[in-house]
Design a protein around this ligand. Structure first.
Ligand code: AMP
Length: 418
């Protein structure tokens, strides 16, 4: 039997209520903050990610699903949502719209990672991007939006963690300091970090290895090396967050896995599980649009994993609105009634009433058993006699009480939920 590939899973009907709830809250919160939906293609030119996300990142080095199509083009399944949204922003001339342009997406992503709890190779994110504005008030608004999203979902026990990693002006000198520091303690670093030291020293700060974490705690801090502009931006942002009463914490080791981040980086982490199971993260990426061929355009965004949200909703026993069950099951007896059952079920649906019909000529008993197991509140039974009289046996499945009704009464009863 062929099974789903490793790290890819099905979203089953039993999870529909949770997924629909998360998607609807995502859209609701997005609209509250002035975002409109965008969906980009599942695959893009590989160059978008090598240029946008960064050659040295784990995503580009190890995790992309890259293939050649039949025309010889190198394409990559979308491993993250920001670069495609920026590509679309440029391609559709959105720089000519009032700025910032605010876009949200609910997309599937693909990364060749080592599958484990909460980490998949095919997964989904709710993400949003605000492009074309440098004001730290926008950083505060984006952070507030991500926080309010989890609040509206009813997920608690979360931390909001913040850092600033500077810009083109101040970061090179900071990276040199960081490299010097880690070079002096090379012996204590894990193999991965030894490799990263030259290429991407920032990533040494968020290595999960215990020894590396100990060394990272004593490393030079980016916030102490910010240029005056980055420093002013960060101070203003913290003031805004305090005035919004957001409970943020500064973590000087917080960096993000993608190269394009500048200044603000932030994550939402569960209180218990540590940063391995971060539920969402984001930050500023003031050079990405330029990197992709546009004019200098400041921007920032946030993305959160849908699977991890669903998991948290379940763990925290958050009640979600149920999927409406079938309301009426139309059972029938004898071939002449089959057509009437088909028509009655169609009529009920036209009236906005979820309806199912008996199929395959099952016995009445089997049909009623099925109505029960499908959770139908009512059953109506059509036989030859009913065709003649127009009086239909109408059964309340909760107590098996049954009486005869004409169609208008049936519609009335079903609608009023009696
Ligand atoms: P990132 O795009 O890596 O910044 O991740 C943002 C969020 O997406 C994370 O906080 C997770 O909630 C989710 N996420 C990232 N990678 C995965 C994965 N492999 N499987 C499931 N969720 C993921």
């Amino acid at each position: 039997m062929i099974q789903a590939p490793r790290g890819a899973s099905d979203i089953l009907p039993e999870d529909e209520a949770h997924w629909t709830f998360v998607e609807s809250v995502a859209a609701e919160v997005s609209h509250l903050y002035g975002y409109r939906r965008i969906e980009t293609p599942v695959f893009e030119d590989t160059g978008l990610f090598t240029r946008g996300v960064g050659e040295e990142t784990d995503i580009v080095q190890k995790e992309m699903y890259t293939f050649q199509d039949r025309g010889g083009n190198s394409l990559t399944l979308r491993p993250e949502g920001t670069a495609p949204v920026c590509r679309a922003y440029l391609e559709h001339g959105m720089q000519n719209l009032p700025q910032p342009v605010k876009l949200f997406y609910l997309s599937s992503l693909y990364r060749y990672e080592r599958p484990q709890a909460g980490r998949y190779r095919a997964f989904h994110q709710f993400g949003f991007e605000a492009i074309g504005e440098a004001d730290p008030a926008l950083d505060a608004e984006v952070i507030d939006m991500s926080w309010q999203f989890y609040r509206k979902l009813g997920i608690g026990a979360l931390h909001l963690v913040l850092n600033s990693i500077g810009c083109k002006v101040c970061r090179p000198a900071y990276l040199a300091k960081l490299r010097d520091y880690f070079q002096n303690c090379q012996g204590g670093l894990c193999q991965d970090c030894k490799g990263r030291l030259e290429r991407n020293p920032l990533r040494l700060l968020d290595c999960k290895n215990e020894a590396c974490q100990g060394l990272a705690a004593g490393a030079p801090r980016s916030v102490d090396h910010l240029c005056p502009e980055c420093s002013a931006h960060f101070e203003q942002l913290k003031r805004h967050l305090s005035s919004l009463e957001l409970p943020f914490e500064i973590n000087n080791c917080l960096v993000r896995g993608l190269d394009y981040y500048t200044r603000t980086v932030f994550e939402v982490q569960p209180e218990i599980e540590g940063s391995q199971s971060t539920v969402g993260g984001g930050g500023r990426y003031d050079y990405l649009i330029e990197e992709l061929g546009g004019k200098p355009t400041p921007a920032l965004g946030f993305a959160t994993g849908m699977e991890r949200i669903v998991d948290n909703l379940k763990k925290q026993n958050v009640a979600v609105p149920p999927v409406p069950p079938a309301r009426v099951y139309v059972a029938w007896l004898g071939e002449p009634a089959a057509e009437s059952a088909l028509q009655l079920a169609a009529r009920l649906r036209l009236e906005g009433i979820p309806a199912l019909q008996g199929l395959g000529g099952k016995s009445l008993k089997a049909q009623l058993r099925q109505a029960n197991s499908l959770g139908a509140r009512y059953a109506v039974i059509i036989g030859e006699e009913e065709l003649k009289t127009g009086l239909l046996p109408f059964r309340d499945m909760t107590n098996s009480e049954q009486h005869l009704v004409h169609l208008p009464e049936l519609l009335e009863a079903v609608r009023s939920g009696k």
